[in-house]
Design a protein around this ligand. Structure first.
Ligand SMILES: Nc1ncnc2c1ncn2[C@@H]1O[C@H](COP(=O)(O)OP(=O)(O)OP(=O)(O)O)[C@@H](O)[C@H]1O
Ligand SMILES: [Mg+2]
Length: 486
Protein backbone atom coordinates (compact mmCIF):
# COMPACT_ATOMS: atom_id res chain seq x y z
CA UNK A 1 0.00 0.00 0.00
CA UNK A 2 1.47 3.46 -0.84
CA UNK A 3 1.98 5.73 2.16
CA UNK A 4 -0.58 8.43 2.93
CA UNK A 5 1.56 11.17 1.42
CA UNK A 6 2.05 9.33 -1.88
CA UNK A 7 -1.65 8.79 -2.49
CA UNK A 8 -3.87 10.46 -5.03
CA UNK A 9 -7.09 11.60 -3.39
CA UNK A 10 -9.74 10.17 -5.72
CA UNK A 11 -13.10 9.10 -4.36
CA UNK A 12 -12.22 5.41 -4.82
CA UNK A 13 -9.15 5.33 -2.66
CA UNK A 14 -10.19 7.86 -0.04
CA UNK A 15 -10.98 5.06 2.44
CA UNK A 16 -7.56 3.47 1.97
CA UNK A 17 -6.05 6.90 2.44
CA UNK A 18 -7.80 7.20 5.79
CA UNK A 19 -6.53 3.80 6.82
CA UNK A 20 -3.03 4.64 5.75
CA UNK A 21 -3.09 7.93 7.62
CA UNK A 22 -4.34 6.22 10.77
CA UNK A 23 -1.51 3.66 10.50
CA UNK A 24 1.05 6.45 10.05
CA UNK A 25 -0.34 8.17 13.12
CA UNK A 26 0.00 5.02 15.19
CA UNK A 27 3.59 4.63 14.06
CA UNK A 28 4.29 8.22 14.91
CA UNK A 29 2.77 7.74 18.35
CA UNK A 30 4.93 4.74 19.15
CA UNK A 31 8.05 6.59 17.96
CA UNK A 32 7.17 9.42 20.32
CA UNK A 33 6.81 6.90 23.15
CA UNK A 34 10.26 5.48 22.49
CA UNK A 35 12.19 8.70 22.07
CA UNK A 36 10.74 11.42 24.31
CA UNK A 37 10.51 11.76 28.13
CA UNK A 38 7.12 11.71 29.91
CA UNK A 39 6.08 15.44 29.92
CA UNK A 40 6.87 15.76 26.24
CA UNK A 41 5.04 12.52 25.53
CA UNK A 42 1.88 13.73 27.28
CA UNK A 43 1.95 16.90 25.24
CA UNK A 44 2.25 14.98 21.99
CA UNK A 45 -0.47 12.57 23.06
CA UNK A 46 -3.00 15.27 23.74
CA UNK A 47 -2.11 16.97 20.44
CA UNK A 48 -2.59 13.63 18.69
CA UNK A 49 -5.97 12.96 20.35
CA UNK A 50 -7.26 16.41 19.43
CA UNK A 51 -6.14 15.97 15.85
CA UNK A 52 -7.82 12.57 15.46
CA UNK A 53 -10.98 13.77 17.23
CA UNK A 54 -11.30 16.64 14.78
CA UNK A 55 -10.63 14.76 11.56
CA UNK A 56 -11.58 11.13 12.37
CA UNK A 57 -14.32 11.31 15.01
CA UNK A 58 -15.50 7.77 14.29
CA UNK A 59 -12.16 5.97 14.18
CA UNK A 60 -11.22 7.23 17.62
CA UNK A 61 -14.23 5.50 19.13
CA UNK A 62 -13.41 2.06 17.66
CA UNK A 63 -11.81 -0.79 19.50
CA UNK A 64 -10.71 -4.27 18.51
CA UNK A 65 -10.75 -7.52 20.44
CA UNK A 66 -8.44 -10.33 19.35
CA UNK A 67 -9.57 -13.92 19.74
CA UNK A 68 -6.62 -16.30 19.41
CA UNK A 69 -7.12 -19.81 18.13
CA UNK A 70 -5.22 -21.34 21.02
CA UNK A 71 -4.48 -20.57 24.66
CA UNK A 72 -1.12 -22.22 25.24
CA UNK A 73 -1.71 -25.78 24.12
CA UNK A 74 -5.44 -25.63 24.73
CA UNK A 75 -8.06 -24.56 22.25
CA UNK A 76 -9.71 -21.23 22.88
CA UNK A 77 -13.41 -21.86 23.47
CA UNK A 78 -14.34 -18.41 22.20
CA UNK A 79 -12.48 -19.04 18.94
CA UNK A 80 -14.19 -22.40 18.46
CA UNK A 81 -17.58 -20.90 19.25
CA UNK A 82 -16.95 -18.00 16.86
CA UNK A 83 -16.12 -20.41 14.03
CA UNK A 84 -19.43 -22.19 14.51
CA UNK A 85 -21.49 -19.05 15.12
CA UNK A 86 -20.07 -17.11 12.18
CA UNK A 87 -21.05 -19.90 9.80
CA UNK A 88 -24.58 -18.61 10.19
CA UNK A 89 -23.54 -15.02 9.52
CA UNK A 90 -21.47 -15.39 6.36
CA UNK A 91 -23.07 -13.60 3.46
CA UNK A 92 -23.82 -16.09 0.69
CA UNK A 93 -23.52 -13.27 -1.85
CA UNK A 94 -19.83 -12.77 -1.02
CA UNK A 95 -17.41 -13.03 -3.93
CA UNK A 96 -15.45 -15.76 -2.15
CA UNK A 97 -16.78 -18.52 0.06
CA UNK A 98 -14.95 -21.25 1.91
CA UNK A 99 -16.85 -24.50 2.47
CA UNK A 100 -16.11 -27.79 4.20
CA UNK A 101 -17.72 -31.05 5.23
CA UNK A 102 -16.19 -33.99 7.09
CA UNK A 103 -17.33 -37.51 6.27
CA UNK A 104 -19.50 -37.63 9.37
CA UNK A 105 -21.14 -34.23 8.95
CA UNK A 106 -24.49 -34.17 7.23
CA UNK A 107 -24.39 -30.61 5.89
CA UNK A 108 -21.96 -28.49 3.96
CA UNK A 109 -20.59 -25.82 6.29
CA UNK A 110 -19.45 -22.31 5.44
CA UNK A 111 -16.20 -21.08 6.97
CA UNK A 112 -14.54 -17.73 7.02
CA UNK A 113 -11.59 -17.42 4.67
CA UNK A 114 -8.41 -15.51 5.40
CA UNK A 115 -9.04 -11.74 5.62
CA UNK A 116 -12.75 -12.25 5.08
CA UNK A 117 -15.02 -9.89 7.01
CA UNK A 118 -18.40 -10.63 8.46
CA UNK A 119 -20.72 -8.00 9.89
CA UNK A 120 -22.96 -8.92 12.82
CA UNK A 121 -25.51 -6.70 14.54
CA UNK A 122 -26.21 -7.29 18.25
CA UNK A 123 -28.65 -5.06 20.14
CA UNK A 124 -28.10 -2.38 17.49
CA UNK A 125 -24.30 -2.60 17.84
CA UNK A 126 -22.38 -3.15 14.62
CA UNK A 127 -19.58 -5.69 15.01
CA UNK A 128 -17.06 -6.42 12.31
CA UNK A 129 -15.39 -9.85 12.49
CA UNK A 130 -12.25 -10.52 10.49
CA UNK A 131 -10.22 -13.70 10.23
CA UNK A 132 -6.52 -12.89 10.33
CA UNK A 133 -3.91 -15.45 9.34
CA UNK A 134 -0.25 -14.60 9.82
CA UNK A 135 1.99 -16.80 7.71
CA UNK A 136 5.38 -17.68 9.22
CA UNK A 137 8.27 -15.77 7.75
CA UNK A 138 10.69 -18.68 7.53
CA UNK A 139 10.19 -21.45 4.99
CA UNK A 140 10.88 -24.16 7.58
CA UNK A 141 8.06 -22.87 9.84
CA UNK A 142 5.49 -23.45 7.13
CA UNK A 143 2.25 -24.86 8.54
CA UNK A 144 2.64 -23.04 11.86
CA UNK A 145 0.70 -19.93 10.91
CA UNK A 146 -1.03 -17.90 13.62
CA UNK A 147 -4.75 -17.53 13.23
CA UNK A 148 -7.08 -15.26 15.14
CA UNK A 149 -10.31 -13.34 14.86
CA UNK A 150 -10.54 -9.59 15.25
CA UNK A 151 -13.81 -8.08 16.41
CA UNK A 152 -14.06 -4.33 15.83
CA UNK A 153 -16.83 -2.17 17.24
CA UNK A 154 -17.45 1.22 18.85
CA UNK A 155 -15.55 1.49 22.10
CA UNK A 156 -18.53 2.79 24.06
CA UNK A 157 -20.16 -0.65 23.68
CA UNK A 158 -17.24 -2.43 25.31
CA UNK A 159 -19.24 -3.51 28.38
CA UNK A 160 -22.11 -4.92 26.33
CA UNK A 161 -19.75 -6.77 24.01
CA UNK A 162 -17.73 -8.32 26.84
CA UNK A 163 -20.61 -9.12 29.19
CA UNK A 164 -23.41 -9.91 26.76
CA UNK A 165 -22.26 -10.40 23.18
CA UNK A 166 -19.40 -12.86 23.75
CA UNK A 167 -21.48 -15.05 26.14
CA UNK A 168 -24.25 -14.88 23.53
CA UNK A 169 -21.86 -16.18 20.85
CA UNK A 170 -20.80 -19.05 23.17
CA UNK A 171 -24.41 -20.02 23.87
CA UNK A 172 -25.48 -19.78 20.24
CA UNK A 173 -22.55 -21.91 19.11
CA UNK A 174 -23.45 -24.55 21.69
CA UNK A 175 -27.04 -24.60 20.43
CA UNK A 176 -25.85 -25.00 16.84
CA UNK A 177 -23.45 -27.80 17.82
CA UNK A 178 -26.15 -29.58 19.83
CA UNK A 179 -28.59 -29.46 16.94
CA UNK A 180 -25.96 -30.91 14.60
CA UNK A 181 -24.68 -33.47 17.05
CA UNK A 182 -24.69 -37.08 15.97
CA UNK A 183 -25.01 -39.47 18.87
CA UNK A 184 -22.05 -41.83 19.20
CA UNK A 185 -21.67 -45.19 20.78
CA UNK A 186 -18.40 -45.91 22.53
CA UNK A 187 -17.20 -49.36 23.26
CA UNK A 188 -13.94 -50.88 24.38
CA UNK A 189 -14.46 -54.16 22.56
CA UNK A 190 -13.62 -53.01 19.01
CA UNK A 191 -10.35 -51.51 17.96
CA UNK A 192 -9.41 -49.87 14.70
CA UNK A 193 -12.64 -47.91 14.63
CA UNK A 194 -12.72 -44.56 12.99
CA UNK A 195 -12.59 -42.27 15.98
CA UNK A 196 -11.87 -38.97 14.33
CA UNK A 197 -14.67 -37.41 16.40
CA UNK A 198 -14.28 -39.41 19.59
CA UNK A 199 -13.50 -36.49 21.82
CA UNK A 200 -10.65 -37.22 24.19
CA UNK A 201 -10.38 -40.72 22.78
CA UNK A 202 -8.49 -42.05 25.80
CA UNK A 203 -9.23 -45.00 28.04
CA UNK A 204 -9.17 -47.39 25.07
CA UNK A 205 -12.63 -46.26 24.01
CA UNK A 206 -13.41 -46.41 20.32
CA UNK A 207 -16.52 -44.91 18.84
CA UNK A 208 -18.83 -45.12 15.88
CA UNK A 209 -21.86 -43.07 14.99
CA UNK A 210 -24.94 -44.32 16.71
CA UNK A 211 -27.42 -44.86 13.90
CA UNK A 212 -30.14 -46.59 15.89
CA UNK A 213 -33.30 -45.04 14.46
CA UNK A 214 -35.56 -45.80 17.41
CA UNK A 215 -37.40 -42.95 19.07
CA UNK A 216 -39.91 -42.93 21.91
CA UNK A 217 -42.89 -42.88 19.57
CA UNK A 218 -41.70 -46.14 17.97
CA UNK A 219 -41.39 -47.96 21.29
CA UNK A 220 -44.14 -50.36 22.24
CA UNK A 221 -44.53 -49.82 25.93
CA UNK A 222 -47.17 -48.67 28.33
CA UNK A 223 -48.02 -45.06 27.36
CA UNK A 224 -48.01 -43.89 30.98
CA UNK A 225 -44.65 -45.49 31.61
CA UNK A 226 -43.23 -43.95 28.45
CA UNK A 227 -44.45 -40.51 29.48
CA UNK A 228 -43.04 -40.99 32.98
CA UNK A 229 -39.61 -41.78 31.54
CA UNK A 230 -39.69 -38.76 29.20
CA UNK A 231 -40.82 -36.49 32.05
CA UNK A 232 -38.04 -37.83 34.25
CA UNK A 233 -35.41 -37.13 31.58
CA UNK A 234 -36.79 -33.63 31.01
CA UNK A 235 -36.74 -32.91 34.73
CA UNK A 236 -33.19 -34.22 34.96
CA UNK A 237 -32.04 -31.86 32.21
CA UNK A 238 -33.80 -28.87 33.78
CA UNK A 239 -32.36 -29.39 37.22
CA UNK A 240 -28.72 -28.45 36.86
CA UNK A 241 -28.97 -25.63 39.39
CA UNK A 242 -31.06 -27.69 41.77
CA UNK A 243 -28.45 -30.46 41.89
CA UNK A 244 -25.76 -27.90 42.50
CA UNK A 245 -27.77 -26.26 45.28
CA UNK A 246 -28.30 -29.48 47.18
CA UNK A 247 -24.68 -30.53 46.60
CA UNK A 248 -25.48 -33.64 44.61
CA UNK A 249 -23.73 -34.83 41.48
CA UNK A 250 -25.88 -34.20 38.47
CA UNK A 251 -26.61 -37.80 37.50
CA UNK A 252 -29.50 -40.18 37.17
CA UNK A 253 -29.59 -43.96 37.36
CA UNK A 254 -32.08 -46.33 35.77
CA UNK A 255 -32.50 -50.06 36.13
CA UNK A 256 -34.30 -51.67 33.18
CA UNK A 257 -35.50 -55.19 33.77
CA UNK A 258 -37.65 -57.68 31.93
CA UNK A 259 -37.47 -60.72 29.64
CA UNK A 260 -35.30 -60.74 26.49
CA UNK A 261 -36.84 -58.92 23.53
CA UNK A 262 -39.04 -56.54 25.49
CA UNK A 263 -37.17 -53.41 24.42
CA UNK A 264 -34.61 -52.63 27.12
CA UNK A 265 -31.82 -51.90 24.65
CA UNK A 266 -34.32 -50.12 22.39
CA UNK A 267 -35.35 -47.88 25.29
CA UNK A 268 -31.71 -46.95 25.92
CA UNK A 269 -31.35 -46.05 22.23
CA UNK A 270 -34.53 -43.96 22.38
CA UNK A 271 -33.20 -42.13 25.46
CA UNK A 272 -29.86 -41.43 23.76
CA UNK A 273 -31.58 -40.10 20.65
CA UNK A 274 -33.96 -38.01 22.71
CA UNK A 275 -31.22 -36.42 24.84
CA UNK A 276 -28.57 -36.47 22.12
CA UNK A 277 -26.24 -38.04 24.66
CA UNK A 278 -23.41 -40.36 23.61
CA UNK A 279 -23.59 -43.94 24.81
CA UNK A 280 -20.74 -45.77 26.54
CA UNK A 281 -21.26 -49.50 26.41
CA UNK A 282 -19.39 -50.83 29.41
CA UNK A 283 -18.67 -54.55 29.24
CA UNK A 284 -17.95 -55.51 32.83
CA UNK A 285 -16.57 -58.86 31.77
CA UNK A 286 -13.73 -57.09 29.96
CA UNK A 287 -12.58 -55.40 33.16
CA UNK A 288 -10.34 -56.83 35.83
CA UNK A 289 -10.00 -54.25 38.57
CA UNK A 290 -11.67 -51.28 40.21
CA UNK A 291 -8.67 -49.26 39.16
CA UNK A 292 -9.27 -50.09 35.52
CA UNK A 293 -12.96 -49.29 35.93
CA UNK A 294 -12.12 -45.90 37.41
CA UNK A 295 -9.56 -45.18 34.73
CA UNK A 296 -11.85 -45.85 31.82
CA UNK A 297 -14.78 -44.06 33.42
CA UNK A 298 -12.61 -40.98 33.80
CA UNK A 299 -12.23 -40.93 30.05
CA UNK A 300 -15.97 -40.78 29.42
CA UNK A 301 -17.33 -37.38 28.56
CA UNK A 302 -20.17 -35.33 29.99
CA UNK A 303 -23.66 -35.57 28.51
CA UNK A 304 -23.41 -39.30 28.14
CA UNK A 305 -25.18 -42.49 29.07
CA UNK A 306 -23.09 -45.27 30.60
CA UNK A 307 -24.73 -48.60 29.91
CA UNK A 308 -24.02 -51.82 31.74
CA UNK A 309 -26.10 -54.55 30.15
CA UNK A 310 -26.93 -57.78 31.94
CA UNK A 311 -25.80 -56.60 35.33
CA UNK A 312 -26.65 -60.10 36.63
CA UNK A 313 -22.93 -60.72 36.26
CA UNK A 314 -22.53 -58.45 39.29
CA UNK A 315 -23.25 -61.60 41.29
CA UNK A 316 -20.06 -63.03 39.81
CA UNK A 317 -18.34 -59.86 40.86
CA UNK A 318 -19.70 -60.40 44.32
CA UNK A 319 -18.18 -63.89 44.33
CA UNK A 320 -14.89 -62.56 43.13
CA UNK A 321 -14.92 -60.07 45.97
CA UNK A 322 -15.51 -62.88 48.44
CA UNK A 323 -12.73 -64.99 47.00
CA UNK A 324 -10.27 -62.19 47.34
CA UNK A 325 -11.39 -60.76 50.63
CA UNK A 326 -8.38 -59.36 52.33
CA UNK A 327 -6.80 -58.11 49.14
CA UNK A 328 -6.85 -54.41 48.38
CA UNK A 329 -10.11 -53.11 46.93
CA UNK A 330 -8.41 -51.69 43.89
CA UNK A 331 -6.78 -54.87 42.71
CA UNK A 332 -10.01 -56.67 41.78
CA UNK A 333 -13.19 -55.56 40.13
CA UNK A 334 -15.84 -55.67 42.83
CA UNK A 335 -19.48 -54.82 43.08
CA UNK A 336 -18.67 -52.33 45.80
CA UNK A 337 -16.14 -50.69 43.45
CA UNK A 338 -18.89 -50.19 40.95
CA UNK A 339 -21.38 -49.00 43.54
CA UNK A 340 -18.85 -46.58 44.98
CA UNK A 341 -18.56 -45.10 41.58
CA UNK A 342 -22.32 -44.74 41.26
CA UNK A 343 -22.64 -43.20 44.70
CA UNK A 344 -19.65 -41.01 45.12
CA UNK A 345 -17.21 -40.77 42.30
CA UNK A 346 -19.45 -38.97 39.86
CA UNK A 347 -18.18 -35.63 40.94
CA UNK A 348 -14.79 -36.26 39.40
CA UNK A 349 -16.30 -37.55 36.19
CA UNK A 350 -18.07 -34.49 34.91
CA UNK A 351 -21.70 -33.59 34.76
CA UNK A 352 -24.87 -34.69 33.07
CA UNK A 353 -24.43 -38.42 33.40
CA UNK A 354 -26.96 -41.14 33.13
CA UNK A 355 -26.16 -44.69 34.11
CA UNK A 356 -28.36 -47.55 33.01
CA UNK A 357 -28.22 -51.14 34.15
CA UNK A 358 -30.23 -53.82 32.39
CA UNK A 359 -31.09 -57.30 33.51
CA UNK A 360 -33.37 -60.17 32.56
CA UNK A 361 -33.48 -61.32 36.17
CA UNK A 362 -34.06 -58.61 38.72
CA UNK A 363 -34.49 -61.29 41.40
CA UNK A 364 -30.90 -62.43 40.88
CA UNK A 365 -29.37 -59.00 41.48
CA UNK A 366 -27.28 -58.28 44.51
CA UNK A 367 -29.47 -56.52 47.10
CA UNK A 368 -26.83 -53.79 47.36
CA UNK A 369 -27.74 -52.75 43.85
CA UNK A 370 -31.44 -52.56 44.60
CA UNK A 371 -31.02 -50.60 47.81
CA UNK A 372 -33.31 -47.51 47.88
CA UNK A 373 -31.58 -44.47 46.51
CA UNK A 374 -29.06 -46.35 44.41
CA UNK A 375 -30.83 -46.39 41.06
CA UNK A 376 -33.39 -43.61 40.78
CA UNK A 377 -35.94 -45.49 38.71
CA UNK A 378 -36.67 -49.18 38.24
CA UNK A 379 -38.40 -49.69 34.91
CA UNK A 380 -40.06 -52.96 34.09
CA UNK A 381 -40.23 -53.78 30.40
CA UNK A 382 -42.93 -56.39 30.13
CA UNK A 383 -44.60 -58.51 27.46
CA UNK A 384 -46.51 -56.83 24.68
CA UNK A 385 -49.84 -55.24 25.59
CA UNK A 386 -52.73 -54.37 23.21
CA UNK A 387 -51.68 -50.70 23.38
CA UNK A 388 -48.12 -51.74 22.59
CA UNK A 389 -49.33 -53.63 19.55
CA UNK A 390 -50.93 -50.45 18.18
CA UNK A 391 -47.50 -48.82 18.19
CA UNK A 392 -45.90 -51.77 16.39
CA UNK A 393 -48.72 -51.99 13.82
CA UNK A 394 -48.37 -48.30 13.02
CA UNK A 395 -44.61 -48.48 12.92
CA UNK A 396 -44.20 -51.64 10.83
CA UNK A 397 -47.35 -51.65 8.67
CA UNK A 398 -48.50 -48.05 8.81
CA UNK A 399 -51.97 -49.03 10.00
CA UNK A 400 -54.04 -47.22 12.59
CA UNK A 401 -56.64 -48.84 14.78
CA UNK A 402 -59.15 -49.79 12.08
CA UNK A 403 -58.09 -53.09 10.53
CA UNK A 404 -60.59 -55.98 10.75
CA UNK A 405 -57.98 -58.34 12.26
CA UNK A 406 -56.90 -56.02 15.06
CA UNK A 407 -59.65 -56.89 17.61
CA UNK A 408 -58.76 -60.59 17.45
CA UNK A 409 -55.04 -59.89 17.75
CA UNK A 410 -55.55 -57.65 20.76
CA UNK A 411 -57.78 -60.20 22.46
CA UNK A 412 -55.15 -62.90 21.97
CA UNK A 413 -52.33 -60.63 23.13
CA UNK A 414 -54.24 -60.19 26.38
CA UNK A 415 -54.22 -63.96 26.87
CA UNK A 416 -50.59 -64.94 26.18
CA UNK A 417 -47.06 -63.81 26.94
CA UNK A 418 -45.39 -62.53 23.82
CA UNK A 419 -42.53 -60.08 23.47
CA UNK A 420 -42.59 -57.04 21.18
CA UNK A 421 -39.49 -58.52 19.50
CA UNK A 422 -41.38 -61.69 18.51
CA UNK A 423 -44.28 -59.67 17.11
CA UNK A 424 -41.97 -57.24 15.32
CA UNK A 425 -40.21 -60.14 13.66
CA UNK A 426 -43.53 -61.46 12.28
CA UNK A 427 -44.69 -58.05 11.13
CA UNK A 428 -41.53 -57.78 9.06
CA UNK A 429 -42.21 -61.02 7.20
CA UNK A 430 -44.59 -59.63 4.59
CA UNK A 431 -45.28 -56.35 2.85
CA UNK A 432 -48.91 -57.39 2.60
CA UNK A 433 -50.73 -56.08 5.69
CA UNK A 434 -53.30 -58.93 5.78
CA UNK A 435 -50.64 -61.61 5.43
CA UNK A 436 -48.47 -60.02 8.12
CA UNK A 437 -51.37 -59.75 10.57
CA UNK A 438 -52.53 -63.30 9.84
CA UNK A 439 -48.98 -64.44 10.59
CA UNK A 440 -49.19 -62.73 13.97
CA UNK A 441 -52.57 -64.37 14.67
CA UNK A 442 -51.10 -67.82 13.89
CA UNK A 443 -48.21 -67.11 16.24
CA UNK A 444 -50.53 -65.96 19.01
CA UNK A 445 -52.81 -69.00 18.59
CA UNK A 446 -49.81 -71.30 18.75
CA UNK A 447 -48.63 -69.57 21.93
CA UNK A 448 -52.10 -69.93 23.41
CA UNK A 449 -52.17 -73.65 22.65
CA UNK A 450 -48.77 -74.12 24.24
CA UNK A 451 -49.96 -72.24 27.28
CA UNK A 452 -53.14 -74.34 27.56
CA UNK A 453 -51.14 -77.56 27.34
CA UNK A 454 -48.77 -76.37 30.01
CA UNK A 455 -51.69 -75.37 32.18
CA UNK A 456 -53.21 -78.80 31.77
CA UNK A 457 -49.97 -80.43 32.87
CA UNK A 458 -49.79 -78.31 35.95
CA UNK A 459 -53.49 -78.02 36.60
CA UNK A 460 -53.08 -79.21 40.17
CA UNK A 461 -50.32 -76.77 40.89
CA UNK A 462 -51.04 -73.21 41.82
CA UNK A 463 -50.34 -71.04 38.79
CA UNK A 464 -48.76 -67.66 39.07
CA UNK A 465 -50.61 -64.95 37.13
CA UNK A 466 -48.29 -63.40 34.60
CA UNK A 467 -47.41 -59.79 34.95
CA UNK A 468 -48.74 -58.00 31.87
CA UNK A 469 -48.14 -54.37 32.35
CA UNK A 470 -44.89 -52.54 32.24
CA UNK A 471 -44.44 -50.69 35.45
CA UNK A 472 -42.18 -48.10 36.91
CA UNK A 473 -41.08 -47.74 40.46
CA UNK A 474 -39.38 -44.73 41.90
CA UNK A 475 -36.72 -46.15 44.10
CA UNK A 476 -35.76 -43.95 47.00
CA UNK A 477 -35.63 -41.01 44.65
CA UNK A 478 -34.35 -37.78 46.08
CA UNK A 479 -37.12 -35.87 44.33
CA UNK A 480 -40.34 -35.83 46.24
CA UNK A 481 -42.60 -34.92 43.34
CA UNK A 482 -41.34 -37.77 41.17
CA UNK A 483 -42.30 -40.39 43.75
CA UNK A 484 -45.22 -41.99 42.03
CA UNK A 485 -46.12 -45.48 40.97
CA UNK A 486 -47.66 -46.05 37.61
N1 LIG B 1 -40.90 -52.37 23.27
C1 LIG B 1 -40.52 -52.47 21.99
N2 LIG B 1 -40.95 -51.58 21.07
C2 LIG B 1 -40.59 -51.68 19.80
N3 LIG B 1 -39.76 -52.63 19.31
C3 LIG B 1 -39.29 -53.54 20.19
C4 LIG B 1 -39.65 -53.49 21.56
N4 LIG B 1 -39.04 -54.50 22.19
C5 LIG B 1 -38.34 -55.15 21.26
N5 LIG B 1 -38.49 -54.59 20.06
C6 LIG B 1 -37.88 -55.05 18.80
O1 LIG B 1 -37.10 -56.20 19.10
C7 LIG B 1 -35.71 -55.98 18.91
C8 LIG B 1 -34.94 -56.48 20.12
O2 LIG B 1 -35.29 -55.71 21.26
P1 LIG B 1 -34.25 -55.21 22.36
O3 LIG B 1 -32.88 -55.57 21.94
O4 LIG B 1 -34.52 -53.80 22.68
O5 LIG B 1 -34.68 -56.13 23.57
P2 LIG B 1 -33.98 -56.31 24.98
O6 LIG B 1 -35.05 -56.17 26.01
O7 LIG B 1 -32.83 -55.41 25.09
O8 LIG B 1 -33.50 -57.81 24.93
P3 LIG B 1 -32.28 -58.50 25.71
O9 LIG B 1 -32.72 -58.70 27.11
O10 LIG B 1 -32.10 -59.78 25.00
O11 LIG B 1 -31.11 -57.60 25.59
C9 LIG B 1 -35.58 -54.49 18.72
O12 LIG B 1 -34.58 -54.18 17.80
C10 LIG B 1 -36.93 -54.07 18.21
O13 LIG B 1 -36.98 -54.23 16.81
MG1 LIG C 1 -30.76 -55.75 25.24
Amino acid sequence: MPSFWEMEFTSTNIFSAYASLAASMMLFRSLVNDIFPEPVRSFFHSMFEQFVKKFFPKSLGQMTIMVDEEVGFLTNEIYDAAEVYLRTKINLNSDRLKVNKTRKQQNINLRMAKDQEVIDIFKGIRLKWELVVIEPKREQDRGSEKTYFEITFEKRHRETVMNEYLPFVLTKAKEIKDSEKTVKIYTRACYGMDDEDCGRGGGDWGCINFDHPVTFDKLAMDPNLKQAVIDDLDRFLRRKDYYRKVGKAWKRGYLLYGPPGTGKSSLIAAMANYLKFDVYDLELTSLYSNQELRRILLYTTSRSIIVIEDIDCSSQMHDREMEHSGSSDNTKLTLSGLLNFIDGLWSICGDERIIIFTTNHKDRLDPALLRPGRMDMHIHMGYCTPAGFDVLALNYLGIHDHHRLLPEIKRLIGEVEITPAEIAEHLLRSDDVDLALEGVIDLLKQKKEEKNEKNKETSDEKHETPEKQSDVKENGSDEVESKKDI
